[in-house]
Write a protein that binds this ligand. Structure first.
Ligand SMILES: Cc1ncc(COP(=O)(O)O)c(C=O)c1O
Length: 384
C-alpha cells in the first residue's frame, strides 16, 4: 500500500493522453504530438564534445553535492550579469530543475502551510506542494489579461499559514510573461509579509518581446527568493537533467542537506559540459530561439483560422494556450482530438481549474508537423 502522502497526489491530467499516444503509436498510427514540453533540437555540438572529453578524461565520479565550483561560478556569473541578481557561486546549488523545485518544497513547506500560485500553472508545483504536506492556493488568472497574476489577489490570499509564493515567468502553460511592474508589486508584498518566493525561470532565455526580469533583482528581494532554472529548454538539454537553485547561502545549505541524502550530486560529466553550455558560444541557443519565434507565428496564424478558437500572442516559452468555445471539457476535447484527429494536445484542466476551456499546444516541433497537426485540429473542431 503506498503512503497516504502519495495517495493524496492528484493523478496527472497529462498522463491519460500520453499513455494513449504511446499506445496508438505502438499500433502504427501516425500521431502529431503537440504535448511534449521539450525542444526537438539536438543539444549543441560544443556541449556534446565537452561531455565526451570529460568522460574520456575519466570524470566519472561523485562531485561535491553542491556542484563543481566552475559550474556554480558560471551559473552565478551569468545570472548576475544577465538578470542583475546579486549572487555568487556560494549561492548556487546544481541539481535538475525539477529536483530543485521538489527539494525547495520539502525544505520549506510544513504540513498545513499554504502556497500561493497562479491558476493555470505547470502541473508539478501542486504535486510538490502536496508531497510536502502543504496546500496549494490558486489565484485565478484571465485570458483577457494574458494570464498575468494580480498582486492584489495575492495579497488578499495571504493568511498566517502562507509560506511561499510560486512564480513562473515565462509561463508554462500560457507562454505569458509577468511584467516588471507586476513583479515589483509582488516583491513588495513578499517582503512586507516575510514570504519566500520560488521563482521558476527555466524559460528565461526563450523570450520574444522585451527582456526577462528576475524578481530576485529587486532591492531586498534576493534574500527572499529561491530561483530555479536550468539548461533543459534553453540549450535543448532535457535528457541531461541539469539545472540549479540560486538563493541566500543558508537556504542553499538547507536544500543541499536534502540533495546530499537523495541524489548526492548532479552527473559529473554533465556538469563539465554545462560549463561549456553556459560560457561557450551561444549561437546555437539564439538560433533555436529564432526558430521558436517563427514557429510561434506560424502556429498562431494557423490556429486563428479555426472558427471558435482565440489565442493570446505568447511572449515567451514554446507554448500557445488557445481558448475554444465548444461546449465540452478540455480532457474530452483532447481525447477526441487524439482519437479522431490523431493529434495530441494537453487539456487546459491539467494546469488548474482556470485552464478549463483551453488546451496547450507545444510548438517545439517542426514546421511541417505544426502545419499538419493544426490542420487536423481544424478538421476535428469543424465537426464538433
Ligand atoms: C515550468 C517548468 N519548470 C520546471 C520544469 C522542469 O525542468 P527540468 O526538466 O529541467 O527538470 C519544466 C519542464 O517541463 C517546466 O515546464
Amino acid at each position: 500500500m503506498v503512503s497516504k502522502r502519495l495517495q493524496e497526489i492528484p493523478a496527472s491530467g497529462t498522463i491519460a493522453i500520453s499513455n494513449l499516444v504511446s499506445q496508438m503509436k505502438s499500433e502504427g498510427i501516425d500521431i502529431v504530438s503537440f504535448s511534449m514540453g521539450e525542444p526537438d533540437f539536438t543539444t549543441p555540438a560544443n556541449v556534446i564534445d565537452a561531455c565526451c572529453d570529460s568522460l574520456r578524461s575519466g570524470n566519472t565520479h561523485y562531485t561535491p553535492s553542491m556542484g563543481i565550483p566552475a559550474l556554480r561560478k558560471a551559473v552565478a556569473d551569468v545570472t548576475r550579469e544577465t538578470n542583475g541578481v546579486p549572487c555568487q557561486a556560494s549561492n548556487v546549488l546544481i541539481t535538475p530543475c525539477k529536483q530543485a523545485i521538489f527539494l525547495t518544497a520539502l525544505a520549506y513547506i510544513d504540513p498545513g502551510d499554504e502556497v500561493i500560485l497562479a491558476d493555470p500553472s505547470w502541473v508539478s508545483y501542486e504535486a510538490c506542494i502536496r508531497l510536502a504536506g502543504g496546500m496549494p492556493v490558486y489565484i485565478p488568472t484571465k485570458f483577457e489579461e494574458k494570464f498575468v497574476i494580480d498582486p492584489a489577489l495575492i495579497e488578499a490570499a495571504i493568511t498566517p499559514r502562507t509560506k511561499m509564493i510560486i512564480l513562473n515567468t515565462p509561463s508554462n502553460p500560457t507562454g505569458g510573461i509577468i511584467p516588471r511592474d507586476v513583479l515589483k508589486q509582488i516583491a513588495d508584498i513578499a517582503i512586507r509579509n516575510g514570504i519566500k518566493v520560488m521563482s521558476d525561470e527555466i524559460y528565461e532565455s526563450i523570450i520574444y518581446e522585451g527582456k526577462h526580469t528576475s524578481i530576485a533583482s529587486f532591492p531586498g528581494m534576493f534574500e527572499n527568493t529561491i530561483i530555479v532554472s536550468g539548461l533543459s529548454k534553453s540549450h535543448a538539454m532535457t535528457g541531461w537533467r541539469l539545472g540549479w537553485a540560486i538563493a541566500p547561502e543558508e537556504d542553499i545549505k538547507a536544500i543541499n542537506k536534502l540533495q546530499s541524502h537523495s541524489i548526492s550530486c548532479a552527473v559529473s560529466f554533465v556538469q563539465d559540459a554545462s560549463v561549456e553550455a553556459i560560457t561557450g558560444p551561444q549561437d546555437a541557443r539564439d538560433a533555436m530561439v529564432a526558430e521558436f519565434r517563427k514557429r510561434r507565428d506560424l502556429a498562431l496564424d494557423l490556429i486563428s483560422e479555426i472558427p471558435g478558437i482565440q489565442c493570446n500572442v505568447p511572449d515567451g516559452a514554446f507554448y500557445i494556450f488557445p481558448k475554444y468555445d465548444a461546449d465540452l471539457p478540455s480532457a474530452k476535447l483532447a481525447e477526441i482530438l487524439l482519437k479522431e484527429g490523431h493529434v495530441a494536445v494537453t487539456p487546459g484542466s491539467a494546469f488548474g481549474p482556470s485552464g478549463e476551456g483551453f488546451f496547450r499546444l507545444s510548438y517545439a516541433t517542426s514546421e511541417e508537423q505544426i502545419r499538419e497537426g493544426i490542420s487536423r485540429i481544424k478538421k476535428v473542431m469543424s465537426q464538433l
